[in-house]
Design a protein around this ligand. Structure first.
Ligand code: UD1
Length: 321
């Protein structure tokens, strides 16, 4: 039986990865999460099949014994959000940079097999050319982007210096079930879902023509597992996007069509630190990792919307009882 550690396993992407690993059934899955942005409810129906460690990755002494001896450490724990890192950079730095260093150090000292690290497409900044390819010079525009980039560099350095296998995956705007829409820093599609169901107007920052390579969470989970198994890739970084690109205006229009409603969005000033366009060149991930995303944007949006509707209905039942 293999030992898999998922840091951030109670989060949106982490909990999808936990489910994907359990479905494979070839290892014991242990979650490391301090529930700062994650939720136990994200693991509700799989809780009895995993081990849960309420541990903060900022605490090396606490995290090291939990991680030691793991075959794979999937390092997804982070404080996400570009604007959050601008408004309050210290906690983001401590978790995203220092915490990542702790996880890598614990994995190296604990003789783990491999660390797969959740890096971010934000590291590219505004490139002159689309799609964005791994060989482009990074240009982080926010503390979050800089922190995530530092994690990549550390992962690569640990691979070279300490013989720890590492793979970094730059996630491109992941969306899907369980993305938490409750904060001003939430991912835009989770907020769109919330407004669509409530029949209220979302706020779009800027003209809405900025584009993103929205990637369905189950496709990301599959790629993360592939990255844990591929050979000859240690120290590398790969784009983990879908290869497409949609503007916020296009997506809000598509969601209204799916739902059969018309709600004009409110437009606000552009957001500081925002990247204008984002689209992944997936050639390297396809070639080296066998990346094969299965969900079109419409399929992904429909599945996501169905999940939010059920979640809203379940909340309403809970509140009424
Ligand atoms: C960035 C990264 C992504 C990372 C994520 C973590 C880029 C290209 N992507 O996402 O890889 O995983 O941070 O949090 O840098 N918006 C609105 N209205 C809202 C909320 C957001 O219009 O209510 C806009 C934002 O201004 C932005 C777009 O929607 O233009 C996407 O925002 P968000 O979902 O927060 O993600 P990114 O910052 O693009």
């Amino acid at each position: 039986m293999k030992k898999y550690i998922v840091t951030g396993g109670a989060g949106f992407i982490g909990s999808a990865l936990v489910r994907a690993l359990l479905a494979r059934g070839d290892g014991r899955v242990e979650v490391v999460d301090n529930l700062l942005t994650g939720h136990r409810r994200n693991l509700a129906e799989v809780e009895s099949r995993i081990a849960f460690h309420d541990v903060d990755i900022r605490d090396f002494g606490a995290v090291a014994p939990v991680i030691a001896g793991a075959d794979v450490v999937f390092h997804l724990a982070a404080i996400p959000s570009v604007p959050r890192s601008i408004a309050d950079p210290v906690p983001s730095h401590e978790v995203n940079t220092d915490g990542t260093f702790n996880v890598l150090r614990a994995a190296a000292e604990g003789r783990c097999g491999r660390v797969v690290y959740a890096a971010s497409s934000s590291a590219y900044g505004n490139t002159e050319v689309l799609p964005k390819v791994e060989t482009m010079r990074p240009l982080p525009l926010s503390p979050y982007a800089a922190q995530k980039l530092m994690g990549e560099y550390y992962a690569s350095a640990f691979s070279h210096c300490y013989g720890l296998q590492t793979v970094s995956l730059r996630f491109f705007n992941v969306y899907g079930p369980r993305q938490d829409p409750s904060s001003a820093y939430s991912g835009v599609l989770s907020l769109f879902m919330k407004h669509l169901i409530a029949r209220t107007a979302p706020t779009i920052f800027g003209d809405g023509e900025q584009t993103r390579d929205f990637t369905f969470v189950e496709d990301v989970a599959e790629l993360v597992i592939k990255a844990s198994q591929a050979s000859g890739v240690s120290g590398n970084m790969y784009n983990a996007g879908n290869g497409g690109r949609y503007s916020l205006n296009q997506l809000w229009t598509l969601l209204q069509e799916i739902e059969g409603v018309r709600i004009s969005p409110a437009y606000g000033p552009p957001r500081a630190g925002d990247v204008r366009d984002s689209q992944a060149d997936t050639t390297a991930a396809v070639r080296d990792l066998g990346h094969a995303p299965r969900f079109t944007i419409e399929q992904g949006l429909r599945r996501t919307l169905d999940w939010y509707k059920k979640d809203v209905a379940a909340e309403a039942t809970l509140t009424a009882s």
